[in-house]
Design a protein around this ligand. Sequence first.
Ligand code: ATP
Ligand code: MG
Length: 728
Amino acid sequence: QSRSVPDYLSGLNPEQREAVEALDGPVLVLAGAGTGKTRVLTTRIAHILATNRAYPSQILAVTFTNKAAREMKERIGVLVGGAVEGMPWLGTFHSIGVKILRRHAELAGLRSDFTILDTDDVIRLIKQLIQAEGLDDKRWPARQFAGMIDGWKNKGLTPKDIPEGDARAFANGKGRELYAAYQARLRTLNACDFGDLLLHPIAIFRAHPDILKEYHGRFRYILVDEYQDTNTAQYMWLRLLAQRPKDVPQNVCCVGDDDQSIYGWRGAEVDNILRFEKDFLGAKVIKLERNYRSTEHILGAAGHLIAHNEGRLGKTLFTDRVNPDDEKVQVHAAWDSEEEARALGEEIERLQRGDADGKKHALNDMAILVRASFQMREFEDRFVTLGLNYRVIGGPRFYERLEIRDAMAYCRLVCQPADDLAFERIVNTPKRGLGDTTIRNLHDYARARDIPMLAAATDIIETDELKPKARKALFDVIQSFRNWQERLEKTPHVELAEQILEESGYTDMWKNDKSAEAPGRLENLKELIRSMEAFESMRGFLEHVSLVMDAEQNEDLDAVSIMTLHSAKGLEFETVFLPGWEEGLFPHQRSLDEGGRSGLEEERRLAYVGITRAKRRCHIWFVSNRRIHGLWQSTLPSRFLDELPQAHVDVAASDTSYGGYGGGRGGYGQSRFDKAEPFANSYGTPGWKRAQANKTDATRDNWGSRSGHAVERIGYGESGPRGRTIDG
Ligand code: ATP
Ligand code: MG
């Protein structure tokens, strides 16, 4: 019977269509941003279903986030015309992993109702193990070991696999023993951590070929999006499932873009792309070169930038979307981050009103993508002032972050000793050996007498209700709070807040934390302190925060999206704002400190991801000053700005009167494309290389040992930076 081309195929270009229709055998789609990789995957699933090649339950499809999985399912429904009944195996590696593990838990020594521990639980458990070994847990912090275990698990290493050197690096050579003890303990608790969700199934598949065979029969088609960011464990898991016996076709299709590999810091291995062709012989490799997302200028800017990376597989990209009215990528300068937030807010309102092109733009079509989450604070504060709706994607809002809530709980309790919620939150954070029993005791004592818990604590240490250790710990906490309360009226509040975080051991807790999130949390804490500067007192600040927190986050609202570049992967928006393109922030200081190429190249890929999220408009910002601990520090524009092609970029004159970047002799607009002297003239400072070399220890300390800005401190006078003139 003759068949016309189904609707869902007719819109595809020949290469996309080939990728959709090549259903038998391994396929690797390697293509740049916006070329329709995700669309190919979605259409491929629709095609499999529409041609009755498999039931929805026989398709294994991996996306990077749960949200992406939901969206993909909806899209498939649209393509096949009608809701898709069940697709139980469409999800992230973790969500699929947990499902598999529940079915065979007993083979991993667990029961099917096992619990999944979060990071806090994991750290508590490891700390117990370290202490049980008779080791000093100050010298060998549990957080650090938790980070090491996570790293090993990302590489697919069980205790017996870890390299000798690694095992020796922790706890006088007890690393391996501790890791094994940790796994044994998890088993006793009928629990596992995130890494186990893949490692246990891998072990089960290896030890039980019959079970693996069952999955080979079940998963007729395997599809993976964002393949460039898979880590080794994920790859091993995937390979076990996809390498079916010789006579059965290996119907695995992975799509990815090496230029968008941005999770190396979490163990992702871009080399998995190269391994694919080796492990899946005869794999069909399809390249997509036509970009459907962005204008010529946006593509031109992104392509030119990423060409500065050396380790690339190399791809070309073109678009038909060439329109003389298209706006070039706009680069804006602002004096400082406050100014940046103000100007960006104005730009958003301008688009909203339709000033630029007579078209009113929805806030839903706009996104602000930041390099580091601390940057969000300034925008959130500004938008609340303006009454502009926003939503934070892929993470909590700034003031909702764990470390910010903890820090504010300290401040709240100092200002308001009756704040029991704050008390409970921090009395044992960082860990002081005040266990649940002690807290419960306190609670009962306080309730019985109808007094706040802090007051109860003051009373109870006079009694012998507590064990000596807990009593001592509690005594220290109370002393600290007395101390801080006394300082409340005398010490400037910003200073006091800093002292509280230092003296309580809270900052140190994160400094000792070797997890990937810790440096970001430290940055957020600095930003919190910084944000207090705008207020008269700590009380005034706390009041402001409660107002900000009151602003609704409503899914249906028309709202600007704010997120990190990392969580913007795969998404697209009409207008994208990229603030904070300064040396030390972007590329981030950590990547610069690492030395070598790889860290910097990952930053550049992140910049590429950022620019290529934009369909029509891309606005980049940099500020020339960041205020850190009340000290003004001059910052230098990101080297990535220098790497943008003039043909596709407009350097917007600063719409403010500050600074002289808008043009003129030696101004930003003139010198920025001069490779020999990047920005040197416009700032009267040495180029970024010298600035980095000159970076003082004091500067580094301000930002913690693992982060910081590549800046040179300029001795601004009392009058502050606005009193200083910058001449070319
Ligand atoms: P990224 O690398 O950023 O994840 P991608 O390669 O996955 O990008 P998609 O998100 O699938 O790209 O597609 C980008 C945009 O182009 C989407 O809006 C998609 O609907 C559109 N698109 C893709 N292919 C076509 C096509 N053949 N015709 C029209 N639009 C298309
Ligand atoms: Mg995609």
